[in-house]
Design a protein around this ligand. Structure first.
Ligand SMILES: Nc1ncnc2c1ncn2[C@@H]1O[C@H](COP(=O)(O)OP(=O)(O)OP(=O)(O)O)[C@@H](O)[C@H]1O
Length: 260
């Protein structure tokens, strides 16, 4: 990432409340194209709520959200996904009874036959699209090291493999930016290393990341920019060195319980 990289994602004064409680309070966040940006902060800071607001899963009270220069605030999660912005969940949500391979097939955009008006004569086009999706699924399985469990039920995978499957599912759509919600939580060190290696490979190929993570070692070593939230607000934005000596940030953590 170059210092002069443009902003890929920009939020301006985004607020989200639950009843009278402001979980996200006028947050203006910039994510540079090509960066791995870490979003940190104590439990309850508002990180996941901000994620949900960005991807259209949570309505905002006010504010604007721009992705690649276009307003995406108010779009449905599907609409946001189609713009090239994908997210994974803190707790993986695969179709547990389906195989890993089937989960990937289902995650592909432009599913053949999903439009009721496709005529029978279009069968060959549908078959072609299905083989393209299957080929992409095999590539993604190889990339995410999940080939050996392709036929296993997704619900039978270990926690770490399920996190890799989350990443694999979003890769079926070749997104421009991926938002990861606690990718390393509950993952053993070996699979965490695999996950980081994959994130860095994708980043080197041009994919931008915004990552919520409580593992400070991971954040400090692998994120180019760090944004910290506390009580719904951004309290720090800068590099790792600055974050480690920032008093407001240290106090926010001292006053809260952290999973790390
Ligand atoms: N659906 C909801 N209804 C009511 N309150 C909510 C809801 N979702 C989140 N909150 C509250 O909003 C605040 C921010 O929660 P959020 O999950 O965004 O924090 P977080 O920074 O992601 O925390 P963690 O690191 O523990 O995941 C918390 O006080 C939480 O209890």
């Amino acid at each position: 990432m170059t210092a002069a990289a443009p902003d890929l994602l920009e939020t301006r004064d985004v607020s989200v409340s639950f009843g009278g409680f402001k979980a996200v309070d006028r947050v203006s966040l910039n994510v540079k194209e090509g960066s791995i940006t870490g979003l940190i902060g104590p439990n309850g800071a508002g990180k996941s709520t901000l994620f949900n607001a960005i991807v259209g899963e949570q309505a905002c009270d006010s504010g604007s959200i721009r992705f690649r220069g276009k307003e995406i605030g108010g779009l449905t999660p599907d609409g946001v996904y189609h713009h090239g912005l994908a997210r994974t969940f803190q707790i993986p949500k695969p179709f547990a009874a389906m195989s890993v391979f089937e989960n990937l097939m289902l995650a592909a955009p432009d599913q053949p036959g999903e439009h009721f008006w496709v005529p029978v004569v279009a069968r060959r086009r549908i078959d072609r699209r299905e083989s393209e999706i299957a080929e992409r699924a095999r590539e993604v399985l190889a990339f995410t090291t999940l080939e050996s469990v392709a036929e296993e039920a997704a619900g039978q995978l270990s926690g770490g493999q399920q996190k890799l499957l989350e990443l694999a599912r979003v890769l079926m759509s070749t997104p421009k930016m991926i938002m990861l919600d606690e990718p390393a939580a509950g993952v053993n060190p070996t699979l965490t290393r695999v996950l980081i290696e994959k994130i860095e490979q994708l980043n080197a190929d041009g994919c931008t990341f915004l990552v919520i993570e409580h593992d400070m070692d991971l954040v400090m070593r692998h994120c180019h920019t760090i944004v910290a939230m506390s009580n719904g607000r951004i309290i720090y934005e800068g590099d790792a060195a600055g974050a480690q000596s920032n008093e407001t940030l240290l106090n926010a953590y001292l006053g809260a319980t952290v999973d790390a």
